[in-house]
Design a protein around this ligand. Structure first.
Ligand code: 4AD
Ligand code: MG
Length: 466
């Protein structure tokens, strides 16, 4: 393994090293210190893995008086040598020849001092929470998932495209968008009683994107298999454990691909990325499994090993009605699936992931391909236990006349989508794609209970701190 610098070893690498007696330099933050006048044990962590490395500092070291004052949160450099540890539960430790303090941390003021710190409290100190075992594990798993996602698509020849964050078009309809403007909000230019956006930065009203899909479609119509992986923004005021105002989405888009192949890819994709968590994040998963009281390994294994159930929306509605359960929102054909419905299907009925297809066109976006029946569209939602909807996707409407009809039907303005329609005018192609919510994916893989705890700095109504 390449080392970060000539002068520093990662704790992750040291813990599996057998180079006993070799001089080493480690740098990190103190987790605990215990000891006496004779010697101190320092537990040091650098975020490379869950475990700390134990440093033994002898009372005879120069400046031992300072070492005795070290407490949780202090940042140090330790010079020493690696030795086989006599203690239980660890194979190596470092015998220090020098401890240098980069930064002190007043134990009376350090917020992560107290042992039992609630998730709510840790959200208020999100700038420090990556130093906790829990958040270290979560963000290493998040990293492993991001890497696996790119790997999956790159291995299959997909081209990674970067679609814009600022946009003038609404992809999803319904989803509330944030305005991006440089107008003086105290005194905006007006015309006919309305704000005059022709005098705004872009010469028209601009928003933050809710999805990179429309841009991805344009690229799929040239490069066949593409994907995006970027931030998206929704100003919906949902205070739920599954919604963020800023979240990341992965959106593959494939030319020459129908709804069925789209669902096949979604299933293969989810299995691939969760398998990589099982293979590469064993210790973090085991830690979170206990911490969150969720049988994570079993949850991930089950998803990787069992075929996803596929049912149509119409069948799903029938099953929900026949369930005999009293839902807060009674299931009814034409109404959208609620979280409680999604959870019934995945957790009680099928005990695993479910792909629901062919939704009524009234509750889905304008771009979805209209089915033969004229009532439903080639949509798919992938639902997983514990989360509900994790993926939303569809086959896209590639027929120019049908698409124009849908745009009109939904009261959208054709001139706003002229470039989107051009793709259907010039060499139109059957194509499909989907969007995977990245934070919901991290939720599933970590067993965390709130989406605010799987993104570094959550943006939700009334909170954009840090
Ligand atoms: O189902 P959605 O709205 O689909 C789209 O945006 C399509 N344009 C995707 C495509 O076909 N290319 O969103 C996709 C996924 C959802 O299934 C969910 O996992 C996640 O994005 N998501 C959210 N995650 C966190 N907070 C929110 N407010 C979310 N809204 C959607
Ligand atoms: Mg959706």
């Amino acid at each position: 393994m390449p080392q970060p610098t000539k002068y520093r070893k990662r704790i992750k690498d040291l813990l599996v090293s057998e180079e006993y007696g070799v001089p080493v330099t480690i740098k990190g933050w103190i987790k605990t210190r215990r000891g006496s006048k004779k010697f101190s044990f320092l537990e040091i962590n650098d975020g490379s893995c869950l475990e700390n490395i134990q440093v033994v500092a002898d009372g005879g070291l120069p400046g031992y008086g300072e070492i005795e004052k070290l407490s949780v949160g202090c940042c140090v450099r330790v010079e020493g040598k690696l030795v086989k540890s006599p203690a239980k539960g660890q194979t190596v430790e470092v015998h220090a020849s020098e401890v240098f303090v980069y930064g002190w941390s007043d134990p009376d003021e350090y917020p992560l001092q107290k042992k039992a710190t609630s998730m709510e409290f840790l959200r208020q100190v999100a700038h420090l929470r990556p130093r906790t075992n829990t958040f270290g594990a979560v963000f290493r798993i998040r990293n492993a998932l991001a890497f696996a996602i790119h790997k999956f698509f790159q291995e299959r020849g997909f081209i990674y495209v970067h679609t814009p964050i600022i946009t003038a078009s609404d992809c999803e309809g319904g989803a509330e968008m944030f305005q991006a403007t440089t107008l003086d909000l105290d005194n905006p230019p007006r015309k006919d009683g309305k704000v005059d956006f022709t005098r705004d930065f872009f010469g028209k009203a601009a928003k933050l994107t809710v999805s990179g899909q429309l841009g991805a479609e344009l690229f799929a119509a040239a490069m066949t298999d593409v994907y995006t992986f970027g931030p998206t923004f929704r100003a919906e005021n949902s205070q739920t454990p599954r919604h963020l105002a800023e979240f990341w989405m992965i959106e593959p888009e494939m030319a020459f691909c129908d709804a069925r192949e789209n669902a096949d890819l979604a299933e293969e994709f989810l299995k691939y990325i969760f398998r990589s968590v099982l293979e590469n994040c064993r210790k973090d998963v085991a830690f979170l499994e206990k911490r969150n009281e969720v049988d994570l390994t079993a949850r991930l294994k089950k998803l990787v090993e069992t075929g996803f159930i596929r049912i149509t929306y119409t069948e799903a509605m029938r099953l929900l009605k026949e369930s005999g359960k009293s839902f807060e929102f009674p299931p009814e054909w034409g109404k959208d699936l609620q979280t409680e419905h999604e959870r019934y299907l995945t957790e009680e009925k099928f005990h695993g992931p479910v792909v629901v297809t062919d939704f009524p066109k009234e509750i889905k976006a304008f771009y979805m391909r209209v089915n033969e029946d004229g009532k439903t569209v080639g949509a798919m939602d992938v639902l997983v236990p514990g989360i509900g909807e994790i993926i939303g996707g569809s086959q896209r409407e590639e027929r120019l006349d049908v698409l124009r009809g849908r745009i009109k039907e939904l009261g959208l303005r054709e001139e706003d989508y002229w470039w989107y329609l051009d793709i259907r005018r010039f060499g139109t192609v059957p194509h499909s794609g989907f969007g995977l919510g990245f934070e919901r994916t991290v939720l599933f893989a970590t067993g965390m209970h709130n989406i605010r705890d799987v993104i570094p700095f959550p943006r939700v109504p009334n909170n954009a701190e840090f």
